[in-house]
Structure formats: C-alpha cells, structure tokens
Design a protein around this ligand. Structure first.
Ligand code: GTP
Ligand code: MG
Length: 410
C-alpha cells in the first residue's frame, strides 16, 4: 500500500512513548522499554488518518478501497510515520545521542511532539515518580532543540554564503535561502512569506544580524514544520492538570491528550478478537469477558475510565487527524474514472482517496496522480453534481472527481 505523500515525524524527549505511539498506529512491532535511548535506528511505517468514507455520504452500500482501508464506513487514509531516537536537553551540543537523529525527520511535513504529560520521566528520560517533572517545560526544551538544530545548519558558514549571494546580484533571496534549506524540505512559499512578513527580504544577507537569523529560523520552523503536541500517558493519574496547562502554554500549537499504551493494548486485543474496537473510536466493547484474565479486564476498565470516558478516545488517531486535517490543512478527494458509478476502470467503487492541500484545483490533483495527467489536463467532472469543473474550481473535502486529460490513457 502506498503511504501517500504526507510524512509525520515523531519527535521528543527520550522514554516518553514515541515508539509506543508508532507501534500502536502502524501495528509494526518495535522495541519499547522503560529506559532512555531504546530507539536508535529510525522506524518507518504507515499509520492512518480517519474520515467518514464518501460511500456513506453517497448512500452506496459499500466501496472497494485499494490505496486505503474502509472499516464500517470509516476511511483510513495512509500517512507515513517516522519514529526516531529521543532527545535530551543540550542534544544540539551533542548531549545524549545528539540531534543528528533529527536529520531523519527532515522529510517530515509536520511533527508530532510527544511529551510525557504524566511527568514521570526526568529531562534525561529516567523514570521518576509521576508528577515530579513538568511537561510544559519539556515542550519548551524540545522545541528549543529542534530550533537550535535548524539554526546550526543554516548558520554554518553563514558569512561566506551571505557574501556570495549578495555579490552574485542576480540571485533572489527566496531561491538562495530555499536552496540552503532544501534538506529540510521547507516549501518555497514559507520562505517567501517569512521574508516578506519580517521585512528581511529587503535587507542584504550580509547585513542580517544574529537576531534576524534567529527570527527567520523561528518563523520558518513554525510554518514549515508545524507541530502537534501529543500529551501522552494521560492514563496516569495527575496528567489531567498538565494537559490543561499545556493547552494554555503554547498558543497556536494544538494539544492532543493521548495514551499510546491504551491504543497499543486495544489494537492487540482487537486483532485477537477479544475486544471490538475500531482505531479512533471513543469506546470499545469486550467480546468475551470470560476468556480474558482478571488482570486484563481490570486494565481495560482503567482504560475506559481514565482514557476513553475522560478524553473521548486514546488520542492516537486523533493526533494523526489533527496533524493532517488541521495543521497541514489537507482535504480528502476521490479520483474515479466513471463519475456516474463512482468507479475506476476495473469497476471498483471509490478505490482511492488522495490527500491534497485545501485550495487545490483539479489540475493539482491530476499532477498528484501522474505528471502526464497534470500536463495534459483538460477539465474535471464533479461526480456528485455531474458538472464540469475547470481550473478555477477549488476541490472540496470529500469530492469525487473524474479527471479528463488530452492524453486520454495514462
Ligand atoms: N502509562 C503509560 N506508559 C506509556 C505510554 N506510552 C508509553 N509508555 C511507556 O513508556 C515507556 C517508554 O516507551 P517508548 O515507546 O519506548 O518510548 P520512546 O519515546 O520511544 O523512548 P526512546 O526510544 O528510548 O527514546 C515504556 O515503558 C512504555 O510502556 C502511555 O500512554 N501510558
Ligand atoms: Mg523509541
């Protein structure tokens, strides 16, 4: 299954539950232990955003998903997840495992910043009594590490770079800085926007002060690698108050309360047929209470009380949804060949769903499917209204569209 084009990077302090989240979301078994620096080599896998499937809205009895999954009317849309080594304060100066591991998340479109909302790990990831460490501080430290990492990269050999750009004359700043940041996959529009907004675009690079450079990196990071705070371990008593403080401490960054451990447990038991649980559901049911041991039943009841009832779900799918649909502002569209039957050439109903940025046109979608289709795009048919739509049309969430191109076949 193709993982689509969205990449989410799990970053944060060591021993907070990044790999647990990864294992729960991707169902790929990875090493999880209660000690710092368990993960060294990055884990790459496929997780899913969840949305009502278009077949439900269209009143169709079913669909035939190919690039995604549909479970009881919920479409699960693949996104790539990266789980990397943890950070400790001072990682940018080489402490702990250093922050070269952040290099693994250069390709991430957004970051899931995992923090221990229960405060049961110290800054070095060593287990401590719950509530003895402040996750608000943890977020600040981790954002600081990520920021220093980018600043260090950009500032390396800065003077020489600035002189070269200034004297070259015909190089524009947006291009030069975008190229310099190319390893971070920062959209060009972000660089251009920050230069304009700060007025830095008017200044020669060699006259930028250290503060100018810092401001530039701060804003580029905020917009080019937007984050969601995953407040993990909310199953631990005492986490609640921390979740609230996290929410008010970082305006502009959404906070999703989560228990990666609960999701991991529910998925395992659902696979084994012992509970009924669809990832992202607000609750679950135990199928065979007799077959489960007393310990497991007790753990499940704790999950129900402390996680599902209090927070409305485990937060794992919710965090992916928040990153994809809120922070990255993506919408889901369904390309088809036959707009009357909503099928592809093989007669499969709504086989594929594709994530595109809100505001995308049918031609943008055509490019996403295939470069040739984008180049030879003529018009599209909105399968819901059966109307022809052109380049002036902005795709809407849940749209089903047929692309008509000059090449015909692809
Ligand atoms: N109570 C509770 N414990 C959790 C939760 N998520 C993870 N843990 C525990 O936290 C510990 C660390 O989990 P990992 O997933 O290995 O953490 P990590 O962030 O990947 O750690 P490193 O790879 O070592 O940096 C394990 O003992 C997990 O069982 C949660 O939601 N609730
Ligand atoms: Mg790990």
């Amino acid at each position: 299954m193709e993982a689509g084009s969205i990449v989410l990077g799990l970053v944060g302090k060591t021993n907070v539950g990044k790999s647990t989240f990864f294992a729960a979301a991707t169902e790929v078994p990875v090493k999880i232990e209660n000690r710092p620096f368990v993960t060294i080599e990055p884990n790459v896998g496929v997780g899913y955003a969840r949305k009502r499937c278009a077949h439900v809205e269209l009143g169709l009895p079913r669909c035939d998903p190919v690039n995604s999954l549909c479970i009881e009317g919920w479409r699960f849309i693949p996104v790539k997840l990266l789980d990397v080594a943890g950070l400790v304060p001072g990682a940018h100066r080489g402490r702990g495992l250093g922050n070269r591991f952040l290099d693994d998340v250069r390709k991430a479109d957004a970051l899931l910043l995992v923090v221990d909302a229960s405060g049961s790990t110290d800054p070095e990831g060593v287990p401590v009594k719950p509530g003895s460490y402040d996750p608000v501080e943890e977020v600040g430290l981790m954002l600081g590490e990520i920021y220093e990492w980018m600043l260090q990269n950009l500032a390396r050999d800065w003077e020489r770079f600035a002189r070269r750009v200034d004297t070259a004359g015909n190089v524009d700043l947006v291009t030069a800085l975008s190229q310099r940041l190319s390893g971070f996959e920062i959209p060009r529009g972000v660089v251009a926007g920050v230069l304009e907004e700060t007025g830095l675009g008017e200044k020669r690079l060699s006259s930028w002060s250290r503060e100018d450079l810092r401001l530039f990196v701060k804003l580029v990071l905020e917009r080019g690698k937007p984050a969601v705070i995953l407040a993990n371990k909310v199953d631990v008593p005492g986490a609640e108050e921390n979740v609230e403080r996290l929410g008010s401490s970082y305006p502009g960054i959404p906070v999703v309360p989560a228990s990666a451990l609960a999701e991991l447990m529910l998925r395992r038991l659902a696979r084994e047929g012992r509970v009924r649980y669809i990832p992202g559901d607000p609750d679950f049911t135990v199928k065979d209470p007799g077959g489960l041991g007393g310990k497991a039943l007790k753990a499940l009841e704790l999950v129900r009380e402390r996680v599902m009832k209090r927070w409305g779900g485990t937060g794992v799918v919710q965090a992916i949804n928040t990153a994809v649909f809120d922070v990255l502002d993506m919408i889901a569209v369904y390309p088809v060949e036959d707009p009357n039957r909503y099928t592809d050439r093989e007669g499969r109903i709504l086989p594929d769903v594709i994530l595109v940025k809100r505001g995308s046109t049918p031609r943008d979608l055509a490019y996403r499917i295939h470069t040739d289709l984008g180049k030879t795009f003529l018009y599209a048919v909105n399968a819901k209204t059966k109307q022809r739509v052109g380049e002036g049309y902005r795709l809407q969430d849940g749209d089903v569209v047929k692309i008509v191109a000059a090449a015909g076949k692809r």
